[in-house]
Structure formats: C-alpha cells, structure tokens
Design a protein around this ligand. Structure first.
Ligand SMILES: Cc1cc2nc3c(=O)[nH]c(=O)nc-3n(C[C@H](O)[C@H](O)[C@H](O)COP(=O)(O)OP(=O)(O)OC[C@H]3O[C@@H](n4cnc5c(N)ncnc54)[C@H](O)[C@@H]3O)c2cc1C
Ligand SMILES: NC(=O)c1ccc[n+]([C@@H]2O[C@H](COP(=O)([O-])OP(=O)(O)OC[C@H]3O[C@@H](n4cnc5c(N)ncnc54)[C@H](OP(=O)(O)O)[C@@H]3O)[C@@H](O)[C@H]2O)c1
Length: 286
C-alpha cells in the first residue's frame, strides 16, 4: 500500500477545535522558517496539548524526525525542537506539546488558537529512522511523556509495516489522562485510517501508567527486563536477531532503557551505522 503526499487523510486527533484552512496567502517567510497557520488545538491535560497547522508544500521530512518550531517574541523567533507527530504523507503538520508554566516557549505556545501563526523550521533532522535500524521482525517503539510524538508519525506511515511484521507502540505516563492519542490509536487508526488494514493486523498498542491503577502498570525498562511487556502481548522475550527498538523519552528513561538493551548485547544505530536500536531525547533537562 502506498500513500501519496496529496492524499486526503482522515481527521488525525479526537475532539480538536476545528476551523477551515484560511484562504488568505501565507505571510512572507524567512529562508530558515515558514509561517504555519494553526488549524486546531486539543488540550489533553493542564500539562499537555496538541495542535495541527498548515504545511508549506516545500517542507519535506521523514516520519519520526523533528524540527524547530516557535513564536516571535520581542520581534525575534523563540524556537524549540519539536517532533512531528504527523506522518510525512499528511498535508498538515501535527505537534504534541508539554506546557511548562515558566517555560520561555510553552508558557506562550499553550495559548495558541486556530488562526494564529506558528514558526516552523524548514530543516528536519533526527535519528528515529527505519534506515538506521538493522533488518528485524518486531519493532518496539518505546516512549514516555511527549516522547510519543515521533512515533505517532511512524505508525501512520506504510514503510514501517512493510519492514516489520509487528510494531509495538509503548507509551509510559504517570497518569491515565496523560495517555494522549489513546482513543485514536485504539479505535481510529485500525478502523478508519488509510492504513487501517495494515495497522489492525500489525500494530500492538501498550500504554502503561505508573502513578495510578491501570490495565498495564510500571516503567518501561522494568517491563522489558522482567519480560512482562512481551508476555502481556504474547510475544517471545526480546531477542537480538529478531527485535529492534526506537526510544524517545526523558533523559532518565532513555538511560535506563538503554542499559537494559546494552546488557543484552543490542547496539545503538545512527545516521552512519545501522544498529539494533536508535534513541531521541524527548526533551533536555536544563
Ligand atoms: C530532539 C528534541 C525533540 C523534542 N520534541 C518535543 C516535542 O515533540 N514535544 C514537546 O513538548 N517537547 C519537545 N522537546 C522539548 C522542547 O524542545 C522544549 O524543551 C519544550 O517545548 C519546552 O520549551 P520551553 O521553552 O517552554 O521550556 P524549556 O526551557 O525548553 O524547558 C524547561 C524544562 O521543562 C522540562 N521539559 C521541557 N520539555 C519537556 C517535555 N517535552 N516533557 C517534559 N518536560 C519537559 C525540562 O525539565 C526542561 O528543563 C524536544 C526536545 C528535543 C531536544
Ligand atoms: N506528569 C506530571 O503530572 C508532572 C507534574 C509536575 C511536574 N512534572 C515534571 O515534568 C517533567 C516531565 O514529566 P513527565 O510526566 O512528562 O515525564 P516523566 O516524569 O519522565 O514521567 C513519564 C513516565 O516516565 C516514567 N519514568 C520516569 N523516570 C523513568 C526512568 N528512569 N525509566 C523509565 N521510566 C521512567 C515515569 O514513571 P514514574 O511515575 O515512576 O516516575 C512516568 O511513567 C518532570 O521533570 C516532572 O518533574 C510532571
């Protein structure tokens, strides 16, 4: 199955505040940035929101990559790294964002409304790419918090289902309310998405919560280490020849998950050498 860049996509998130795309021409953009118009905003919790914007047709990226986005502050762009939560095939862009109450960018960004302008960098980068992984049969996408964002793009791309028999999307949060896109992943992707047939057969979703009772509980490294994650989803324990991993989360989650993988002989991949796993930081502790 292929999906073209121009393909009409079904709505990609629940309960968005929708407005039609404005028909006014975009404002003049700089070489490095373009103006994207906010189309819809959804607030998941008082710490988490997502939004969609227009996408300049010349802006190319691969699902799983990040770019710089931001707002003009005192006449200058205030930018931060953000993963695209949309896939490369969608005509609009989507971002999942934290709200840091005293954060220079997100104290402002959390107030955007449909029709507002967000600055988007034209240069995308990042290591969460299928081409950085050795061939395998099962791909584990391990995320905590907003680390889910790049994987929302990857699970909406056909290549991942061509290259892997199973794709296991793991999202770890403190609270159930922080499981952004839960309904979309469970219901809309396997039933309504352009890739629904592949997704319904090949995507396994494993949300896990650490600070209140839930269907699955516990931190990702422990769930891997004990074999609990694999047994819960009915797959064999992790295996060097068969399993590949993409990691995106807090610095602590990445360090602990990496340690579990390295102990079992898995090696990190990057843009110049394929590996058993790749890593992207969901944020930097300042
Ligand atoms: C490669 C990369 C990709 C990123 N992708 C995203 C993304 O898709 N969505 C997103 O919300 N952020 C993402 N970030 C973080 C983002 O760049 C900003 O740090 C964030 O938007 C907060 O900006 P700020 O100016 O308000 O606060 P900052 O001054 O940037 O951050 C203040 C503090 O808030 C905490 N913090 C920052 N970001 C997060 C977060 N995402 N989750 C939990 N705590 C956080 C950290 O403790 C940080 O020290 C990414 C960072 C990197 C390096
Ligand atoms: N989420 C909130 O309600 C909240 C509120 C105020 C401030 N904050 C601050 O915001 C920042 C990010 O919060 P967040 O909730 O997005 O991310 P987070 O603190 O990284 O928590 C997300 C998930 O990652 C787990 N985790 C934490 N450390 C881990 C590790 N070493 N290995 C594996 N998993 C790990 C957490 O489990 P545990 O629950 O076991 O830690 C939780 O399930 C933190 O610095 C936090 O202090 C968060």
């Amino acid at each position: 199955m292929t999906a073209a860049y121009d393909d009409p996509s079904p709505p990609s998130a629940v309960a968005f505040e929708e407005v039609p795309a404005p028909d006014t021409p975009p404002r003049k953009s700089s070489a490095a940035l373009f103006d994207a118009t906010v189309l819809a905003v959804h607030h998941w919790t008082d710490r988490l929101f997502s939004f969609t914007t227009t996408r300049e047709s010349s802006f190319r990226f691969q699902s799983g990559q990040f770019t710089m986005i931001g707002l003009p502050v005192d006449g200058r762009p205030l930018l931060r790294a953000y993963s695209m939560a949309s896939s490369e095939y969608e005509p609009t862009l989507e971002f999942l964002s934290i709200k840091v109450q005293d954060g220079p960018l997100t104290s402002r960004l959390q107030h955007i409304r449909p029709g507002d302008t967000v600055l988007v960098g034209r240069k995308a980068s990042g290591t969460l790419l299928l081409q950085n992984l050795l061939p395998g049969r099962t791909l584990y996408l391990l995320s905590s918090g907003t680390g889910l964002a790049p994987f929302m793009g990857i699970v909406r791309s056909p290549e991942v289902y061509e290259q892997f028999e199973k794709v296991v999307l793991v999202h770890g949060c403190r609270l159930v309310s922080e499981l952004a896109y839960d309904h979309l992943i469970r219901h809309e992707l396997p039933e309504q998405h352009l890739l629904a047939e592949l997704i319904s057969k090949q995507l396994v979703y494993y949300p896990t919560v650490t600070r209140e009772p839930f269907q699955h509980e516990g931190r990702i490294p422990a769930l891997l280490e004990t074999g609990r994650l694999c047994s819960d989803i009915g797959l064999p324990r992790i295996d060097l020849d068969r399993d590949r991993f993409m990691l995106c989360g807090s610095p602590a989650m990445l360090a602990d998950t990496r340690a579990v993988l390295e102990k079992r002989g898995f090696g990190e991949g990057n843009m110049s050498r394929r590996g058993h796993y790749v890593i992207e930081r969901a944020f930097v502790d300042r």
